[in-house]
Unconditional design. Structure first.
Length: 337
């Protein structure tokens, strides 16, 4: 009889947890994945910030171009009157008591008047060096009944005579006192309406919010004559350079024959009243420095007949804009002659 010995069966032990090596490998892979995600998020955030800066910069440039187009087109709109044979003057745009209007002989201020970088205007605070300034003059588009002008009014108005029997009266009255407006309407039965006087000065300042605790953001500003006070309004931040070229009508047909950056010495180009077109050149600068360095290098901008403009590699993104605007009223008068 044989006997067999059965081997003893030992219970198997299941693995619990991870070995140290496996744990380290897992942690390393997890760190790699998390680092990659963080890098992608950081890159996307940086790109988003650069895109936002660019969008603001482009929008400011378009706004300024449209602003110039709307205002310069209206320069020289002096209401429903004939300007044939009129005399044009170049009064001080910083004066709070405007002059340059007269009914006998018929006299108007020049529709536009340019000031180069070297020209000094005392009412332009913190003006940026190397930039031009432009004065635009016209009357308002809305007519006003002189009877509605309040006592003590400080706003200047222009009134014309439309009555054919007023041949011996001055052709216009420029005043702010409603009692001075006595010229009659076309029916010769009542006092004619008036229009407000509008004077704008565009320039670039070194700052948007100037003074103590202010900033250093170059900003396009406008000085408005409101009543007998000059009011300065910031219009668009990041406008760094502003230059103008003026199209002079030499032969009187209403079209520009030559463009200059200042008045000529003799002939038609020596009078601002012969300007029928303006080219506005300006450079926008990002308000904040960009993180993408390939966009922030030194640049050279060339605008028509203006000397090249060099900008430094200072971390800001810059874009150039040019727009040509016709002065509708002065040029249309010449075309019809």
């Amino acid at each position: 009889m044989t006997s067999s010995v059965q081997p003893s069966l030992r219970p198997r032990h299941k693995q619990r947890g991870l070995t140290l090596v496996e744990l380290m490998v897992g942690l390393t892979l997890g760190l790699i994945v998390i680092s990659s995600l963080l890098l992608v998020l950081a890159h996307a955030s940086t790109r988003g910030q650069d895109l936002a800066r660019t969008s603001i910069q482009v929008e400011n440039g378009r706004y300024v171009a449209e602003l110039f187009r709307e205002d310069i087109r209206m320069a020289g709109f002096f209401g429903e009157t004939s300007v044939a044979g009129a005399i044009y003057t170049q009064p001080d745009p910083c004066a709070t008591a405007p002059v340059g209007w007269n009914g006998t002989p018929l006299t108007f201020p020049s529709p536009v008047q340019g000031y180069a970088a070297a020209d000094v205007l005392g009412c332009l605070s913190d003006r940026r060096p190397g930039t031009d300034a432009l004065v635009i003059r016209r009357v308002g588009v809305d007519i006003v009944d002189p009877a509605t002008i309040p006592g003590g009014n400080r706003q200047y108005y222009v009134q014309y005579s439309y009555c054919v029997t007023d041949v011996f009266s001055p052709r216009l009255v420029f005043d702010r006192d409603r009692s001075a407006f006595t010229l009659r309407n076309r029916a010769c039965a009542g006092v004619n309406t008036v229009r407000s006087y509008v004077s704008h000065i565009y320039y670039v300042a070194n700052c948007s919010n100037c003074g103590a605790g202010g900033d250093t953001i170059p900003t396009l500003k406008r000085v408005d004559l409101v009543g007998n006070q000059l009011t300065t309004t910031p219009l668009a931040e990041g406008i760094e350079t502003l230059r103008f070229e003026y199209g002079f009508d030499v032969d009187g047909d209403g079209s520009p024959d030559t463009y200059l950056t200042a008045l000529g010495a003799l002939g038609p180009t020596s009078a601002w009243s012969n300007v029928v077109s303006v080219k506005a050149h300006f450079i926008t600068r990002s308000v904040e420095k960009a993180t993408d360095t390939h966009l922030t290098g030194a640049q050279v901008f060339q605008f028509g007949g203006i000397a090249p403009i060099n900008t430094p590699a200072d971390g800001y993104v810059r874009k150039a804009y040019t727009t040509a605007i016709r002065l509708v009223n002065p040029s249309a008068v010449r075309e019809s002659q």
